[in-house]
Design a protein around this ligand. Structure first.
Ligand SMILES: CCCCCCCC(=O)SCCNC(=O)CCNC(=O)[C@H](O)C(C)(C)COP(=O)(O)OP(=O)(O)OC[C@H]1O[C@@H](n2cnc3c(N)ncnc32)[C@H](O)[C@@H]1OP(=O)(O)O
Length: 237
């Protein structure tokens, strides 16, 4: 099951989940996989117009069961475990996300190392990834590196250097590590290469992360973390 570390995550392993939560996560992942197949095939499709219209009708029909129960912006997904690092809909790593590659991340010798393959849905220049997608991947793995190093924070600056285009439908490797800690400010560096040529850096980034003070955390996330305390209506609208 995909796990993604966020700014308010701890790095300790999550406790065992109940079977119903695991089943719900499995269902979310199954839907995510189907959605990713759909969006990739749509981006690559050369099917005739009538086939595309038939597909659009089927997709509209599929939104009915999915839309039956919706959470609000202020509600954390019931299948997530923030402290355990489970974010099912994270747009980079989440198994339930239609737009996540998804990036798989593990810790190797103190570095966060990620792997993914980008489909045609991420195309910018023909055959290569959109630059914003590279920045998205780098921001995520930098955030992961700061979390696993015990310094979770929010990105306040992301400097990205594009040295060569990132090829689509090609296994990629990302690596990130913390290079400096100055009070609440944490600097980390990350790279994107292909798996076959790990020494040829395609894109690199330096990220500056700031650990939130408790008042900042409360201001930004209080509604989601304590919905009943801050706004009883938010949990139910
Ligand atoms: C699962 C996800 C994994 C991770 C995914 C990637 C993470 C993300 O994408 S996070 C989302 C994107 N980032 C954001 O939305 C953050 C938006 N920024 C903010 O909300 C605020 O800047 C916030 C709350 C982080 C910090 O508050 P702010 O008042 O700006 O800073 P403050 O707390 O006073 O400053 C702390 C230090 O950081 C410095 N600083 C803040 N911003 C910057 C900046 N852009 N550049 C340089 N230094 C900065 C300050 O100067 C200060 O330095 P010092 O202690 O030396 O005086």
């Amino acid at each position: 099951m995909g796990r993604s570390y966020h700014t308010i995550d701890s790095t300790s392993p999550p406790p065992p989940e109940s079977p119903s939560v695991e089943d719900r996560r499995a269902a979310i992942a199954e839907l995510g996989e189907a959605l990713r197949t759909l969006v990739e095939q749509a981006a690559a499709s050369e099917s005739p117009a009538d086939e595309l219209r038939r597909a659009a009708a089927l997709v509209r029909e599929a939104t009915i069961p999915v839309g039956k129960q919706q959470r609000t912006r202020g509600q954390i997904p019931s299948a997530d475990d923030l402290l355990g690092g489970v974010r099912m809909h994270n747009p980079v790593c989440g198994d339930g996300s239609a737009i996540a590659p998804p990036l798989r991340v593990e810790v190797v010798e103190g570095k966060a190392v990620g792997t993914c393959t980008l489909g045609l849905v991420y195309e910018g220049p023909p055959m290569y990834a959109h630059g914003g997608i590279s920045a998205l991947l780098l921001d995520q793995i930098l955030g992961y590196a700061t979390s696993v190093a015990g310094h979770p924070g929010m990105t306040v600056r992301l400097d990205t250097q594009y040295r060569a285009p990132v090829p689509l439908r090609t296994p990629l490797r990302l690596a990130a590590e913390v290079v400096g800690v100055d009070g609440r400010k944490v600097t980390a560096r990350a790279t994107i290469t292909t798996e076959s040529e790990p020494d040829a850096v395609l894109v690199e980034a330096t990220g500056l992360f700031v650990a939130l003070r408790s008042d900042q955390s409360e201001r930004l996330f209080g509604e989601a973390l304590h919905p009943d305390a801050s706004n009883p209506a938010a949990a139910h609208d």
